[in-house]
Design a protein around this ligand. Structure first.
Ligand code: RB5
Length: 163
């Protein structure tokens, strides 16, 4: 799978570990940074380009890390077409995709360890959206909140609104 990954300084070490795991597992990884440990950097500078790439489909799914994962998830969900979740448990890593079509997983490097984080990423990437009618209906209601896009019936993505 073509996967994007991003972090600020709060998740830099974990991002480097996950990047190595992803490549070893055969994924094509786009690294949106940070490309070095800079305690003064800001998570939106890395997470927003990742989120835009996921929304545009240039990467299929995203992994966003910061200290807690909160800033990354808040930030990513501002981009229409992104369905990001802050996930620190195995159940949600799978069910968030199957039911909610999560396309970016967010994690906090200060709250979970690297082994658990890699398990969550593997689980997230291995899961597929169910296409169940009830979830499509719910996703349609969520997508209707997005001002810049119109949702499609599959709930799978978004289409730019024609002006
Ligand atoms: C950076 O110190 C930290 O605030 C950031 O990584 C993240 O935890 C924000 O949610």
């Amino acid at each position: 799978m073509r996967v994007g990954i991003a972090t600020d300084h709060g998740g830099f070490g974990l991002k480097e570990e996950l990047l190595a795991h992803l490549r070893a597992a055969g994924h094509e990884v786009v690294d949106f940074g940070a490309h070095g440990l800079n305690p003064g950097d800001d998570y939106p500078d890395f997470v927003i380009p990742l989120a835009r790439a996921v929304a545009a489909g240039t990467v299929e799914r995203g992994v966003a890390v910061c200290g807690s994962g909160v800033g990354a998830s808040v930030c990513a969900n501002k981009i229409p077409g992104v369905r990001a979740g802050l996930v620190h448990d195995h159940y949600s890593a799978r069910q968030g995709v199957e039911d909610d079509h999560m396309n970016i997983i967010c994690m906090g490097a200060r709250t979970i360890g690297p082994f658990a984080a890699w398990d969550l990423v593997e689980t997230f990437l291995g899961a597929e959206f169910s296409q169940a009618e009830r979830h499509l209906r719910r996703l349609g209601k969520v997508a209707s909140l997005e001002p810049e896009v119109i949702s499609d019936r599959r709930g799978a993505g978004t289409t730019p609104r024609k002006t």
